[in-house]
Design a protein around this ligand. Structure first.
Ligand code: FES
Length: 114
């Protein structure tokens, strides 16, 4: 199902925004080559990536334990590493990619197909 997310001007380049689309909460990112969407919760321990930091026009860094995910693919580029010792949880919270969805832009609005 197609969802109208927001005006593209609502998300300046280098920024992101958490948006509810039907039953799914997403984070939409504006990178140098366009808009991307990932699931809103970190796959490590479910912190909100809407409060995450965009690193080098490529990754989102989780605000809780600093896992980094490639925004374009959802792949893990660095797993949880903060505070020291959090890696002990890896036995039960192993690396897991984010779900991603393509975002399209039409007439100044952003859409996602879920
Ligand atoms: S909740 Fe995101 S890295 Fe732990």
């Amino acid at each position: 199902m197609r969802h109208d997310l927001c005006a593209s001007s609502d998300i300046p380049q280098g920024k992101s925004k958490a948006i509810q689309a039907g039953d799914t909460k997403l984070v939409v990112y504006h990178l140098s080559d366009g808009f991307y969407a990932t699931q809103a919760r970190c796959t490590h321990m479910f912190a909100s990536l809407g409060k995450g930091k965009i690193i080098e026009d490529k990754c989102v860094q989780c605000p809780l334990h600093r896992a980094r995910f490639d925004i374009r693919t959802g792949e893990v580029s660095e797993w949880a590493n903060f505070p020291p010792g959090v890696q002990l949880l890896n036995v039960v919270r192993g690396e897991k990619a984010l779900q991603t969805w393509p975002v399209s832009e039409e007439d100044g609005r952003l859409f996602v197909e879920l």
